[in-house]
Design a binder for this molecule. Structure first.
Ligand SMILES: Cc1ncc(COP(=O)(O)O)c(C=O)c1O
Length: 480
């Protein structure tokens, strides 16, 4: 066989992870309400699908935003020919304005610092390439998005060093944890070039408070290392306290701005991961210049730039969209967490993101990562839900799972919830509140016994909740 490069044939992509295995399980047997009612429900995909009707309405009212309509075709030729790696001025301006609006207009972004990339994925690689040489390291608080292992490391040769955060303080980043990770890297002869934070957090759905952000800025400034702030979930914060961006904090804390870089994208806040609109926003001129040259590898298509520029320059649309999106996410989150709490499942308190960080520690037979994987296999193979185990996010405590809630229709969510409910009540008395245990006797006669409390079964929106008899659940069907 003709040999290939080490980098191409190595495991740098990080695909050997349950995070991706779960996706494969879903892809081989995807749930469909009619065609595959016993299929796997995808709850491992952080997509924001709750506002598409709202967006569709705008598209219908603005045919000029498309190049394939009589109103838009006049711009077809110039757009098809456009290839400047700076990006269209109106696109950069629209994105800069949107970034400001998402942060409550408390900060302004300069369109000349907006650098395009293929999604946040490309943006992270760009930043890592600009800031660190192969073998140098970036600190990353855990748990963190598994894609970072690929995006920041694979082609750049940069190392990631975990900053261990724990459930005892709700996984907050502390100065001690940062110092410990820094020292560990030094012991391992790794030169630390920066710290990467994700705020709002994937997978936690939490945001960092102003004091934590200030202490982080002081830390990186003292160590003279870079700070990369992944803020791609900024507009998903649906409940107080409000999101605070690193761009606000650097106006309050003295620091060297050359060290500050923001990664942004429209994949989560707008729900457009397919458009691959990623942004590096750096306060460092040299980084802007280098990243701009690298843009050529991952330009956003000019057709997409045209559409996004038209859409995001419509102030009324953007203002209403931000409100609508938060409202939808808030309702979904509330109902989802409430439904889980009815069967005794807790999750980390959160107010953003497209997921919850579900606490299944009580369900582990063994409080180890093997125990976590055993439980995960049952959830994917028997309950038929693709949720992602905490270990794939480098969480240091077994028993946490990330569950996405905004990538499906209400009816699919009901099926997912009914499966979870059935599984929990069947399998574990420890986690179920006593009042439910007594009533249910934890057998699959459960729906009838539970039907005594109809108010338990209704969602806040009046939809029948998963607590209703569960005809959709394969587990129920297997027993009846
Ligand atoms: C924290 C974080 N950063 C980056 C990405 C990649 O986003 P994009 O689709 O814009 O490449 C994701 C995707 O899930 C993410 O959660």
């Amino acid at each position: 066989m003709v040999s290939m490069s080490k980098i191409a044939t190595g495991n740098g992509h990080g695909e050997n992870s349950p995070y991706f295995d779960g996706w494969k399980a879903y892809e081989t047997n995807p749930f469909h309400a009619i065609d595959r009612p016993d299929g796997v429900i995808q709850m491992g995909l952080a997509e924001n699908q709750l506002c598409f009707e709202f967006i569709k309405k705008w598209l219908m009212e603005h045919p000029e935003a498309s190049l394939c309509t009589p109103e838009g075709v006049g711009k077809f030729k110039e757009t098809a020919l456009f290839q400047d790696y700076h990006g269209m001025p109106e696109f950069r301006q629209a994105v800069a304005k949107f970034m400001g609006k998402v942060r409550g207009d408390r900060v302004k972004f300069d369109p000349d610092r907006v650098v395009m990339s293929g999604g946040a994925t490309g943006a992270h690689e760009m930043v890592a390439f600009c800031l660190a040489d192969p073998g140098e390291a970036l600190l990353v608080p855990t748990p963190y998005y598994p894609g970072f292992d690929r995006d920041l490391r694979w082609r750049t040769g940069v190392e990631l060093v975990p900053v261990i955060c724990e459930s005892s303080n709700n996984f907050q980043i502390t100065r001690n944890a940062l110092e410990a990770a820094y020292e560990k890297a030094e012991e391992d002869n790794l030169r630390v070039k920066g710290l990467l934070i994700t705020n709002p957090s994937n997978p936690l759905g939490t945001i960092m408070d102003r004091d934590t952000l200030k202490s982080i800025v002081r830390f990186i400034n003292e160590k003279n290392i870079h700070l990369i702030g992944d803020e791609i979930y900024a507009a998903t914060v649906f409940k107080d306290p409000e999101f605070v961006s690193i761009s606000e904090v650097i106006e309050e804390v003295e620091c060297n701005r050359d060290l500050i870089h923001i990664v942004y994208s429209l994949s989560k806040d707008m729900g457009f991961p397919g458009f691959r609109v990623g942004i590096v926003y750096s306060y460092n001129d040299a980084v802007v210049n280098c990243a701009r040259k690298m843009s050529s590898y991952g330009l956003v298509s000019s057709q997409t730039q045209h559409l996004i520029a038209t859409m995001l320059n419509d102030d009324d649309f953007v203002d209403n969209f931000i409100v609508e999106s938060k409202d939808q996410l808030s309702k979904r989150h509330k109902y989802f967490t409430w439904s889980l709490s009815q069967v005794g499942i807790g999750s980390l308190k959160s107010n953003g993101g497209l997921f919850i960080w579900m606490d299944l520690r009580k369900l582990l037979k063994e409080k180890t990562f093997d125990g976590e994987m055993d439980l995960w296999r049952v959830i994917i193979n028997e309950v038929k839900l693709n949720v992602s185990p905490g270990s794939s996010f480098h969480c240091h405590e077994p028993g946490w799972f990330r569950v996405c809630f905004a990538n499906m229709e209400d009816s699919t969510m009901e099926v997912a919830l009914s499966r979870i409910r059935t599984f929990i009540l069947k399998n574990n008395e420890a986690i179920v509140p006593l009042k439910l245990c007594r009533r249910s006797s934890l057998k699959l006669s459960l729906p009838r016994s539970l039907s005594r409390r109809m108010d338990d079964f209704m969602s806040p929106t009046g939809i029948m909740s998963p607590h209703s008899p569960l005809p959709q659940s394969p587990l129920v069907r297997a027993r009846t």
